[in-house]
Write a protein that binds this ligand. Structure first.
Ligand SMILES: Cc1cc2nc3c(=O)[nH]c(=O)nc-3n(C[C@H](O)[C@H](O)[C@H](O)COP(=O)(O)O)c2cc1C
Length: 164
């Protein structure tokens, strides 16, 4: 069973969760870059309002083909209680996502708002079979929080897809 983890990370927290999950479940990692190349201040002044408006960034890679995978995991930092513009764009850039299991996660300062619900709705809108979502706080990540709950969701989705 093949798992793909797609994530955006500017300051390393979301990447840390993605890499821990990949080590636990065995997965390919796709790091999405926002080509706006924000400075630290620019993330707040430009990135956060764009996230709030649910905009899509120009990203690299521009297209993400997941047809060779059974489960797709998407991870985002929370910006203005929302998924980042890079993640909005990444979900739109997916091809072959229809009918695939999807699991989402976010990392935040503790106020994720509707980020996970929005990601689940976007993926469901792309035809994915959404299994669940897990939120991590920055403190969780820095303390080396386990990714067990996320790994369990991935394993459950794999099992269900095998049975189908
Ligand atoms: C522009 C910006 C906006 C943010 N907005 C929120 C927010 O609304 N709620 C929250 O809990 N944390 C917020 N944070 C904190 C980040 O979600 C948190 O640091 C996250 O782990 C960053 O992920 P990364 O290290 O993978 O880039 C914000 C951070 C930035 C840079």
């Amino acid at each position: 069973m093949a798992v793909c983890i797609i994530y955006h990370s500017e300051t390393g927290n979301t990447r840390a969760v993605a890499e821990r999950l990949a080590a636990v479940v065995g997965a390919d990692l796709v790091a999405v870059r926002d080509l706006a190349g924000y400075s630290k201040v620019g993330m707040y002044l430009k990135g956060a309002p764009r996230a709030m408006r649910e905009e899509r960034a120009v990203i690299e890679p521009a297209a993400i083909d997941v047809s060779g995978y059974d489960t797709v995991v998407v991870g985002t930092p929370v910006w203005a209680r929302s998924p980042t513009p890079a993640v909005n764009a990444a979900i739109e850039a997916l091809s072959g996502i229809e009918g695939k299991a999807a699991v989402v996660f976010c990392t935040s300062g503790g106020m994720p708002g509707n980020t996970l619900e929005r990601m689940k709705a976007m993926l469901a809108g792309r035809g994915a079979d959404v299994w669940g979502a897990v939120g991590f706080s920055v403190r969780d990540v820095r303390q080396g929080a386990a990714v067990d709950a996320l790994a369990d969701l991935v394993r459950q989705s794999e099992k269900a897809k095998t049975v189908q």
